[in-house]
Design a protein around this ligand. Structure first.
Ligand code: ATP
Ligand code: SF4
Ligand code: MG
Length: 355
């Protein structure tokens, strides 16, 4: 390991406590985050409206833990991730990392913070420069942050390649010479270059073959145990989320509708939308596979340009009542068990699709 590059000063509380620090201030706290897009052309401009991609998202993440962010396509998962990275500009809200509110940060200050938060994208082909040898891609963040001379950078690149199960010879190859799984390992190595505390993983295995997915997930778990990393793990695959996450946040049309411990959410989901998602997950136990319980959603699919009044899920919800149209339910602990739910009728829900 090259001491000149690895930031020894970074306090990895989770690593010191066996990777499960969950007390004290969160590593990341997102508070009432909104990202609205205003189109310069096309339909949005014609109707003069805004697209509320993210519209009041709050979530928190402790050092060393994995929070799963799930929800159907277009609900705002990637936009949330990009706003946390400040790759898109939040419309409002707070992003507090290590106790520091990033909202008013200048570009230079953000660059410093970015050492601590790195992102891995779904498609490694798209996220790496095809004309750069992968060693150069991995070295880029080190060079941008002025970490060490050429020899030190080379040593760190080799170390990073080995950390993700690749070999030093891979440094001199181009992206097209790698398989999808290998290339995602390169993406992870690049994200680890500056010794971050948090990785934002946006569908990190969705583009990979199922057999390769398991290998990359195992790698992520090993790295987390070794380095005490926290993960914001974005996925639409609830089987994968169940396997890797400590806590889960469920997103619907720009908002979090349920958030809690993985075990509690999978045992007793307290929002109808979570119930519908879980009811579609195949059961691993063959004796239960035949049992029905699948919730098929009907009703109008709303848009983020013109979301429904009150509860945003009400146009598809089989439990909806008049109150749901009038009053937007807060995300609060409704069952007294620690899980937060944004459903007025959380206490009355039953669920019989146990996994
Ligand atoms: N740059 C942009 N300009 C305008 N609208 C955008 C932009 N980026 C995202 N959107 C819109 O914001 C909404 C949320 O998109 P986002 O990509 O965050 O969803 P997602 O949950 O990541 O979906 P997926 O599961 O398909 O990746 C969508 O309606 C999308 O069309
Ligand atoms: S608040 Fe009403 S519409 Fe919303 S999820 Fe609960 S029952 Fe359904
Ligand atoms: Mg996305």
């Amino acid at each position: 390991m090259s001491a000149s590059i690895r930031s020894e000063g970074v306090s990895h509380a989770a690593a010191e406590s066996g990777g499960h620090a969950s007390t004290g201030d969160p590593l990341l706290a997102v508070e009432d985050l909104a990202v609205h897009f205003f189109a310069r052309s096309g339909l949005l401009r014609r109707v003069g409206s805004r697209l509320r991609a993210v519209d009041g998202v709050s979530l928190s993440l402790a050092a060393g833990e994995t929070l799963g962010l799930v929800g159907e396509s277009g609900c705002g998962k990637s936009t949330t991730a990009l706003a946390i990275m400040r790759l898109v500009q939040p419309t409002s809200g707070r992003i507090v990392f290590n106790g520091r509110d990033l909202a008013g940060y200048s570009r230079a200050q953000l660059r410093d913070v970015r050492r601590g938060i790195q992102m891995v994208f779904q498609d490694p082909h798209a996220s790496l420069n095809p004309r750069l040898r992968v060693g150069a891609s991995i070295a880029e963040p080190l060079q941008i942050h002025g970490n060490g001379d050429r020899a030190a950078v080379r040593t760190r690149v080799v170390e990073l390649l080995e950390m993700v199960g690749l070999d030093r010879v891979h440094a001199d190859r181009f992206p097209h010479q790698f398989s999808g799984g290998q290339l995602q390992r390169v993406g992870i190595a690049r994200a680890l270059a500056l010794d971050p505390q948090l990785l934002v993983l946006d569908e990190p295995v969705s583009a990979l073959d199922v057999s390769i997915q398991a290998q990359v997930i195992t790698l992520l778990q090993d790295l987390q145990a070794e380095l005490g990393l926290a993960y914001l793990f974005i996925s639409h695959d609830l089987s994968v989320v169940r396997h890797v996450c400590d806590r889960v946040a469920v997103m619907y049309l720009g908002r979090i509708v349920e958030q809690g411990d993985r075990a509690s959410i999978y045992r007793r989901p307290s929002h109808p939308y979570t119930q519908s998602l879980l009811s579609a997950v195949p059961r691993p136990d063959p004796r239960r596979r035949g049992a029905t319980g699948r919730i098929v959603l009907t009703g109008d699919l709303p848009t983020a340009v013109d979301p429904p009044s009150g509860c945003r899920f009400r146009t598809r919800c089989w439990k909806a009542e008049q109150l749901c149209a009038e009053d937007s339910p807060e995300l609060v602990d409704r069952l007294g068990e620690g899980t937060l739910s944004a459903c007025h009728f959380a206490e009355t829900l039953t669920f019989d699709h146990k996994l």
